[in-house]
Design a protein around this ligand. Structure first.
Ligand SMILES: C[S@@+](CC[C@H](N)C(=O)[O-])C[C@H]1O[C@@H](n2cnc3c(N)ncnc32)[C@H](O)[C@@H]1O
Ligand SMILES: [Zn+2]
Length: 279
């Protein structure tokens, strides 16, 4: 139930649901429900020049959302790391289990988690991009456990502390005032809860991540890595829209990207980090 997990991001007061909105019982702030999605997004950072914030604005672009949806519909189930993640995550769930996915984007992973989770698992899939939600709605429409909600994951969050059994984070920011995402997750997790943090990374940084999160208060932590050769030609990438996405993300015209199969010059590394909060 959303009111058991979500609170007013401003004052942490309890929410009451009224017609097409939630209202804070303490400070009366109203939060609209837009096309089924509760909107707890408060404002942009005061510092408009904030570098991290500006980098993330690319995700509000409709073309970017379309590009990502196209790639993921083609390839997401082939990512070895994510298959491994789902195999690890599924057995940790139970009836009434609560998962927070930060930066759900197109909702592909929210859907996959719903498929591998115990029945009655609740998946709160957060993002701040309306164009992304259009795809997330499509991919999760037949998954009753998935709740989409809009908030700024780098600002005041609309959750009670210790609300989640699992926090799943893939290539998305979490933490107010640049709080480290593992630290922010630690606050949101119930005792004994699990952090799953996935992404692309340079190699060999696992050791220091593990050490850092153990120091931050996690009980155990492990890092997994999968190296993929980049084997596609430019034409193949263009066909799958990967190049289009990169061009938008990095402001690079598609024509500037290499003609040769990229495997000649690089490998990419998929990472999955799993840590557990003491029970
Ligand atoms: C790189 S995409 C990752 C999407 C998905 N997790 C995946 O692995 O493909 C980053 C996602 O985080 C969302 N995002 C970025 N900054 C955010 C913020 N401050 N608050 C909420 N969502 C944010 C974007 O809208 C986008 O959907
Ligand atoms: Zn309030």
């Amino acid at each position: 139930m959303i009111t058991e997990v979500c609170v007013c991001p401003i004052c942490k007061g309890p929410l009451v649901s009224a017609n097409q909105e939630f209202r804070c019982a303490a400070c009366s702030q109203e939060y609209p429900i837009v096309d089924g999605i509760p909107d707890f997004f408060l404002s942009q950072p005061e510092d408009e020049e904030d570098q991290h914030w500006r980098e993330n604005l690319v995700w509000l672009d409709t073309q970017m959302a379309e590009a990502r949806d196209t790639i993921y519909s083609l390839s997401v189930r082939e990512m070895k790391g994510m298959t491994f993640a789902m195999r690890q995550l599924g057995p940790l769930t139970f009836s009434g289990c609560r998962i927070l996915e930060v930066g759900t984007g197109t909702g592909h992973f929210a859907r996959w988690m719903a498929e591998v989770s115990a029945s009655q698992t609740e998946i709160y899939a957060l993002d701040f991009s309306w164009p992304m939600f259009e795809y997330a709605k499509l991919h999760t429409a037949d998954q009753p456990g998935v709740v989409l909600l809009r908030a700024n994951s780098t600002s005041k969050l609309p959750f009670r502390n210790e609300s989640f059994d699992i926090v799943f984070l893939r290539l998305a920011p979490l933490g107010e005032h640049r709080m480290d995402n593992a630290q922010a997750s630690l606050q949101l997790l119930k005792p004994g809860g699990w952090l799953f943090k996935a992404g692309w990374d340079p190699r060999n940084r696992g050791e220091s991540w593990t050490e850092a999160v153990l120091k931050a208060g996690y009980e155990c932590a492990e890092t997994h890595e999968w190296l993929y050769p980049r084997t596609k030609t430019r034409a193949e990438y263009a066909a799958s829209r990967v190049e289009a996405e990169r061009a938008i993300a990095f402001g690079a015209p598609i024509g500037n990207l290499p003609e040769e199969p990229v495997s000649l010059v690089s490998m990419i590394c998929e990472t999955l980090r799993i840590a557990r909060k003491p029970g």
